[in-house]
Design a protein around this ligand. Structure first.
Ligand SMILES: Nc1ncnc2c1ncn2[C@@H]1O[C@H](COP(=O)(O)OP(=O)(O)OP(=O)(O)O)[C@@H](O)[C@H]1O
Ligand SMILES: [Mg+2]
Length: 376
């Protein structure tokens, strides 16, 4: 039986744990708080700070796992690089390290010739003002270390006052203690997608049908699959996803994000693990993104990913902080044909924390079903 140390125990980690357990794995779920979703279904739970180098190193030593599976970005990647000779880091220590911050994966994509938004970096307010001034376009300012849209703002061309506010917002909401932001050309895209890409040891790279999603303030709110056509652009996205995941190496599922504007497919970013917009695959596919990731990391070959039904989802986010809370009227949503509600069982709430998700046959139904659920 493989012993798997899961770093990050949220809703994505929970589903991955279930998939791994179905395949006979022994899962140790880790996170910085108790009773996290994956801990509720894992063989063993450990609570510690995964950004702390000494703690992470010591716990890997004690647990002695066959596989270390990062499920979040906030992890000390130096430790993973150091221990990779003795154990398998999923999908690879290089992939986890390069994608932990925005700058290195973006530079790698640009070096490889993938189309991206124009960008520059700044490590001080002065540099940011200069870069923003030079770019002459609307920009998006993001901390290089952050996720779920934290610390991001959009700044109009020539608006130095907003650029200054964007710097402070980024610095206040970043991880780590070394301020650095990316200043990116704002892409007025038609829509954005995640291409779930499975890189395998014993098989070809395969793709899930593309997922389209909507973000609000940089955080994912809805996604849909099988409900729209991209035509030849899907193949272009697949070629780029294959190139960049081949460069990163390792085996597992990657969430590769693109913007689509007219006939252009523009690389945005990448997660070397199941992606939140892909929770929908629990509803739509023969094997979910978690089943696929679990199989790839255990080196089980996949030749066929099938969309069993089209679908859409809408997240359920908390509006306020609470030590305990309830999701109410789930029955009203579930009474709608094709609707399924998933509760993440997080112990507490804080503003915008994702507490659950609603799956439905299409986006309007997902939105309507979501509107029936209240949080008390
Ligand atoms: N250059 C851009 N032009 C237009 N919109 C953008 C740009 N960069 C980011 N966005 C919007 O903000 C969202 C979040 O950005 P990004 O994916 O870079 O950040 P993130 O914090 O890693 O988010 P997540 O963790 O949810 O993937 C994008 O999905 C997109 O909707
Ligand atoms: Mg993103």
């Amino acid at each position: 039986m493989k012993k798997i140390m899961l770093l990050g125990s949220g809703e994505l980690g929970r589903e991955l744990t279930i998939s791994l357990k179905r395949l006979g794995g022994y899962v140790v779920a880790c996170d910085h708080y108790e009773n996290a979703p994956a801990m509720q279904v894992a063989d063993r739970a450990m609570v510690f700070d995964m950004l702390n180098e000494e703690q992470l190193r010591a716990h890997i030593q004690t647990i002695d796992p066959d596989l270390v599976v990062p499920e979040i970005e906030a992890i000390n990647t130096q430790v993973l690089l150091d221990v990779e000779t003795a154990r398998t880091i999923v999908p690879s220590a290089r992939a986890v390290d390069l994608t932990m911050n925005r700058d290195r994966i973006r530079d790698r994509a640009a070096e490889m010739g993938l189309p991206t938004a124009k960008y520059q970096y700044a490590e001080s307010l002065e540099q940011l003002l200069q870069s923003h001034g030079e770019m002459h376009v609307r920009t998006v300012v993001k901390p290089v270390m952050s996720s779920s849209g934290k610390g991001q703002s959009s700044v109009a061309a020539g608006d130095a006052q907003s650029a200054q506010a964007a710097w402070h917002h980024a610095v206040e909401n970043m991880r780590g203690d070394r301020p650095k932001v990316i200043i990116e050309e704002f892409i007025d895209f038609d829509y954005e997608i995640t291409l779930l890409t499975l890189r395998q040891k014993n098989g070809e790279t395969v793709f899930c049908p593309v997922i389209r999603h909507e973000q609000v303030d940089g955080d994912f709110k809805t996604s849909e699959q099988g409900t729209f056509e991209m035509g030849a652009l899907e193949g272009q996205a697949q070629d780029m996803a294959r190139q960049i995941t081949d460069d990163l190496q390792g085996y597992g599922l990657f969430g590769v994000e693109f913007f689509v504007r007219g006939q252009e497919v523009i690389f945005s970013e990448l997660s070397p693990r199941p992606h939140d917009t892909g929770l929908l695959t629990l509803y739509t596919q023969n094997l979910s993104e978690f089943d696929l990731h679990a199989r790839a990391i255990l080196h089980l070959p996949i030749s066929d990913i099938q969309l069993l039904r089209k679908g859409a989802c809408h997240t359920i986010n908390a509006t306020q902080a609470a030590d305990s809370y309830r999701l109410e009227n789930i029955d009203k949503a579930e009474a709608m044909p094709g609707v399924e509600v998933m509760h993440f069982n997080k112990p507490t709430a804080y503003p915008n924390r994702r507490l659950g998700i609603v799956f439905a046959p299409d986006l309007p139904t997902a939105k309507l079903a979501r509107s029936k659920i209240t949080i008390t």
